[in-house]
Ligand binder design. Structure first.
Ligand code: FPP
Length: 254
C-alpha cells in the first residue's frame, strides 16, 4: 500500500524531471490492431489513433528534455500484411506529416526518417524529403520515424559500405571498430539508446535497433500503443530511473 502510494506520488512530470532522464528513447508501437478490435473498429482506426499518439508523445518527450525519440512505424516485414492495410499505413504519414509540420516547428523538433526510403511510394518519398528539409535546423529533439526499416538490413548495409572501403583500400580491416560501424548505421549522430519500450504485451524486439540497444534498458507494458499516454510514459521513466538508482546502490555496497 505504502509502495503504491509512493509510486503514485512520484508520477508527475516535475518529480520525474528531477531524476536522470534518458537522452534517447525508442518505442515499438504495438497493439493498434487489438486496440481497434476491442472497440469493434477496423484495424486502420487503431493505426490512425496510434499516429495521433506519436505526435502527442513527441511533444511530451521534447517538453521533458529528452533529446531523441525513435519510433517503429513500419518494418521491412510489414509488407506481408494485407494490401489494404499496407496502403493505409503508407498514406498515414503523408497526411500526418503535413498536419504535424506547424507543431514540429513550434516545438523545435527535427524529424528524421530511417529505413529504405527508395522502396516507399513516390508520394511518401516526396513528403519525407519535405518534412526533413523543413525541420532540419530544429534543435530541441530529434523525432526519428523508422519506415520500411529492419535492423538486420541496416547492419548489412553498414557492412557493405565498410566492406567496399576495405576493398578499395580506404581503410584496413583492423581499423574497423564500434565507432566506425555506428557511423555507418542509419541512426548515426543520434545519442546512444537508453530506453526501449514495447507496448501491448509482446516481449520481443522484432528486428528493431539491434546494434543500438546494446546497453538500453528494456521496458515492456501490456498497454496498447493508442492508450500509452503521459501517465504510462512517466511510469516507464520512473522504472528507468529506479533501475539506475538500484545499480548505484549495489556499487556502493561492494
Ligand atoms: C503494430 O501494431 C503497429 C504497426 C505495424 C504500425 C504502427 C504505425 C503507426 C502507429 C502509424 C505511425 C504513423 C506515423 C504518421 C508516424 P499492430 O497493428 O501489429 O497491432 P496488433 O498487434 O494489435 O495487431
Amino acid at each position: 500500500m505504502f509502495f503504491k502510494k509512493k509510486i503514485k506520488a512520484l508520477i508527475n512530470r516535475e518529480e520525474v524531471m528531477k531524476g536522470q532522464l534518458p537522452k534517447h528513447v525508442a518505442i515499438i508501437l504495438d497493439g493498434n490492431g487489438r486496440w481497434a478490435k476491442s472497440r469493434g473498429l477496423p484495424r486502420t482506426a487503431g493505426h490512425q489513433e496510434g499516429s495521433v499518439n506519436v505526435k502527442a508523445m513527441s511533444i511530451l518527450c521534447a517538453d521533458l528534455g529528452i533529446k531523441a525519440l525513435t519510433v517503429y512505424a513500419f518494418s521491412t516485414e510489414n509488407w506481408k500484411r494485407p494490401v489494404e492495410e499496407v496502403k493505409f499505413l503508407m498514406k498515414l504519414p503523408i497526411r500526418f506529416f503535413d498536419e504535424w509540420a506547424p507543431e514540429l516547428m513550434e516545438n523545435n523538433i527535427r524529424m528524421k526518417i530511417i529505413g529504405n526510403e527508395g522502396e516507399l511510394p513516390l508520394e511518401l518519398q516526396e513528403k519525407v524529403r519535405e518534412i526533413q528539409e523543413l525541420t532540419k535546423n530544429n534543435t530541441k529533439m530529434v523525432l526519428t520515424i523508422a519506415l520500411n526499416y529492419g535492423s538486420q538490413d541496416e547492419i548489412k548495409q553498414a557492412m557493405q559500405a565498410i566492406g567496399s572501403d576495405v576493398a578499395n583500400g580506404a581503410i584496413a580491416p583492423d581499423e574497423i571498430d564500434e565507432k566506425l560501424i555506428e557511423s555507418k548505421l542509419m541512426t548515426a549522430g543520434l545519442p546512444p539508446l537508453d530506453l526501449l519500450i514495447r507496448t501491448s504485451g509482446e516481449e520481443r524486439i522484432s528486428n528493431f535497433l539491434l546494434w543500438q540497444m546494446a546497453y538500453a534498458e528494456l521496458y515492456f507494458t501490456r498497454t496498447p500503443w493508442p492508450d500509452f499516454k503521459e501517465p504510462q510514459f512517466l511510469e516507464a521513466l520512473v522504472q528507468y530511473q529506479s533501475r539506475n538508482r538500484r545499480f548505484g546502490g549495489l556499487s556502493e555496497k561492494k
